[in-house]
Ligand binder design. Structure first.
Ligand SMILES: [Zn+2]
Length: 250
């Protein structure tokens, strides 16, 4: 059995003490590949440097949606174009209405649209963060006619998830599905053909407040198997195939 963690922050300081052990533990728990997403300019450089010799770790470059400094965003976009051969996608990027309120949301939307246009121009998939903004993020992605989309850790309304899925969007489910009723509902409503597995480590583990890691994909797998009444092997096969196709992994 082979699992793919499509969204992690393995470069985070939370793993500085034992990163190699965490990678090893992922392999022992059937996680063959990990997609690592950077969150700002410094993080992008760090991530590129850290994983250049790991064939099973793939990088996406993006910007935390709470960063509203256009100069930084522009510099990340330039770095992304320069290092395009080393990355497999754009993200995470998106909207965060939990932290960003009022007038500032306009700027956040502008920045989000600039990433969407870049993704279309260079033909790269998008990994989208949408905390407290699921509906708005999906609405904009549809307006912009973007179809290569992975909504990560989405916990918005089921109806909007279905709308996204109808347009070919994927949704990745983290181990916090263990206790998140909303994520359980979303997983139930969507077809397995639109799902992938993610850790979002070091956060969103199966137990609140504990450091999460890629090996915990086994909890998502078990829960999805229960919810969808499909054997774990089948969930693993379909979600991995979806990830390979989406990120064009060889
Ligand atoms: Zn994340």
């Amino acid at each position: 059995m082979k699992l793919i963690d499509v969204h992690s922050h393995l470069q985070d300081v939370a793993f500085d003490e034992d990163r190699e052990k965490v990678i090893e533990n992922a392999k022992l728990n059937s996680v063959s590949d990990i997609i690592v997403s950077s969150l700002d300019l410094k993080d992008a450089h760090k991530t590129l440097e850290m994983f250049k010799f790991h064939s099973s770790i793939h990088i996406t470059m993006g910007c935390n949606p709470c960063i509203l400094d256009e100069d930084e965003v522009f510099r990340i976009q330039k770095l992304l174009r320069d290092r395009i051969e080393e990355i497999v996608g754009i993200g995470e990027i998106g909207l965060d209405y939990y932290y960003i309120k009022g007038e500032q949301r306009k700027k956040q939307i502008e920045i989000f649209k600039s990433w969407i246009r870049l993704a279309k121009e260079i033909d790269m998939p998008l990994i989208v963060h949408s905390r407290s903004a699921g509906k708005y993020a999906i609405e904009i992605l549809l307006e912009e006619e973007c179809h290569s989309v992975l909504m990560h850790a989405y916990d918005g309304k089921v109806g909007w998830a279905l709308e996204g899925a109808d347009n070919g969007f994927y949704f990745s489910i983290p181990p916090s599905i263990e206790y998140s009723i909303q994520k359980q509902k979303i997983a139930k409503a969507l077809s397995l053909n639109n799902l992938m597995l993610e850790s979002d480590s070091p956060v969103l583990g199966p137990c609140r407040g504990e450091r999460n890691e890629s090996a915990n994909l086994k909890y998502t797998l078990k829960k999805l198997s229960e919810i969808k009444k499909v054997p774990e092997e089948e969930i693993a096969r379909v979600t991995s195939e979806n990830a390979i196709k989406f990120f064009d992994l060889i």
